[in-house]
Design a protein around this ligand. Sequence first.
Ligand SMILES: Nc1nc2[nH]cc(C(=O)O)c2c(=O)[nH]1
Ligand code: SF4
Ligand SMILES: [Mg+2]
Length: 247
Amino acid sequence: MLTLATTNPGEPEIFASLQGEGPSSGRPSIFVRLSRCNLACRWCDTAYTWRFTGDNRPHRDEVAFERSDNQLTLDEGEVAALILAHNEDRLVITGGEPLLQGPALAKLVAQLKQARPGLHVEIETNGTVAPHAALDAAADQYNVSPKLAHSGNPAELALLPERLEAWAKDPRAWFKFVVASPADISEIADLQNRYGIAGDHLFVMPEGTSSSVLRERSRWLAEEALAQGWRFTDRLHIHLYGDTRGT
Ligand SMILES: Nc1nc2[nH]cc(C(=O)O)c2c(=O)[nH]1
Ligand code: SF4
Ligand SMILES: [Mg+2]
């Protein structure tokens, strides 16, 4: 069984869109958004996957979501059928933190690859959870987004040395750091040095859920990326669709 996020009560968040972030930016893809997260970022733009009524961990919007309206449990076969109803040859598995549901995802991806052998599977992760072995064997790409101090998560939860070492060695893994202020740059540079992350595999992305904030932060962040030899990614879907579910 898989626990998915919803677009509207009772409707699973499975949709086609352009990948908006990172190395596959601009590619037509099918998205599936899983519910639940092991972290709690203050600026999380998908707090409806974890900040359910009674969860008082700090979030800038101070919103609480009704679990019954925002979570949906389906079996792997049902999810596979909904995904295969779309014709794109790329799948992005996101959340929440999708790797919390590793065994069920392994089943899902096995069914999908059997039905559509060329399907490219990329997984968005906060980088704290080791992928289930069978899922790892089938995954084509990881977009790993370790959370910095400004996320509000303690480093002991968000930056796990053993995990970061493993991702840095995996050629399928691309790092994507969310940046809110120039003060975040030195923290990224320290992580890059400590774990030997190649600049070619290191993206910085402005934090923001509106075009105006992204534009303003992009100006100085692009300069920093150039100075550090890092890659820059915008958030294409925010410019196209705003901060909406199912896009
Ligand atoms: N279009 C689009 N691209 C995305 N890339 C990563 C996303 C995410 O929420 O993880 C995302 C998303 O929500 N929409
Ligand atoms: S790790 Fe991702 S899904 Fe989890 S709280 Fe942070 S931004 Fe949200
Ligand atoms: Mg998103």
